[in-house]
Design a protein around this ligand. Sequence first.
Ligand SMILES: NC(=O)NCCC(=O)O
Length: 412
Amino acid sequence: MEIVEKEKENESENGEVEGSICGYHSLHHLLSANLKPHLFQEVSRLLLGLNCGRPLETVALTESAKALASEHNFDLQAFRFQADIELLREPRVVRVGLIQNSIVLRTTAPFSDQKTAIFQKIKRIIDAAGTSGVNILCLQEAWMMPFAFCTREKRWCEFAEPADGESTQFLQDLAQKYNMVIVSPILERDVNHGETLWNTAVIIGNHGNIIGKHRKNHIPRVGDFNESTYYMEGNTGHPVFETAYGKIAVNICYGRHHPLNWLAFGLNGAEIVFNPSATVGELSEPMWPIEARNAAIANSYFVGSINRVGTETFPNPFTSGDGKPQHADFGHFYGSSYFSAPDASCTPFLSRHQDGLLISDMDLNLCRQLKDKWGFRMTARYELYAEMLACYLKPDFEPQVISDPLLHKKSF
Ligand SMILES: NC(=O)NCCC(=O)O
């Protein structure tokens, strides 16, 4: 009952689903429905790039995955990134999945019910990924709770769990069942260190084992993202996890605005970097198509970007400290999850308002092929950057600025 009411709430006065783009799921859908085919093809080339000189191919999925998507109302799309055939290496194709989802119950429901309802929803989408043969799957930031960090209320800390807690145990079974690596971003409670909270991604291996974890390095202090009230800057560096299917890393949400954070995962050898996020349209939507794609190009790896969907309303209103009226929600989380490749191609976005599973086959050979082609690792001047950063960190640092001497001359 509660769920049905929530869905109705999401319909705006003009009958369009809240979060849709003029009634369409995504910009890609809007363009495809309104442009003549040859125009759409050319616009797609410019917007999404080409992979090995060709438009990205779609991949046919199993009937059972399609049935799950239609029965449970989630967007399901699948693509294939190719690489050139090499003479000395076999292709290294892995199937990767991203899940975006809204919460299920109202934020006023008992916490355990909220969590269980999210688990039930996520399980159905993971089943679709599993039956589609996904090898590596990543969920969205803090997937097991509402994104309550706007409220500054401490009661939401109750959602935090140890890295080997309830959410991880739930996913370990599925990882084992589907022989799948699962990246699970949670709010972590570190019981061994005085109950410290972290924003953490747990990496679960394809045998259901915990490979390790990474804690979010950069914490936002922008808009209603009051996350520093809840957890600390991560202390795990920039680990790359060598899994059965490739070397992966996780750059959690706001870390995507920091090019050096992306760089560090690349220097450690990542082939796929996931960016599980929670962000709203008004704040970051113009940045969303650019930052991850740029990181994939600059670092010669694949990126999987995930954003949650829907509007989450909280019991007590809060202000943004900007003189505007108080409000009880963050705004709309715009979904739009997508993959970027090192050759500058990318997939279309998942829906802006519906849950979704985005699947992509990717030949990881493309990473080295792009390194050989563009040579960014070789043309970078790390010694210059290191020197600059070492100077910048000193308290007596002065910016290297050469002023036009005429600027300070008096005119007669
Ligand atoms: N969760 C999070 O870090 N959000 C910050 C907003 C943004 O980076 O777009």
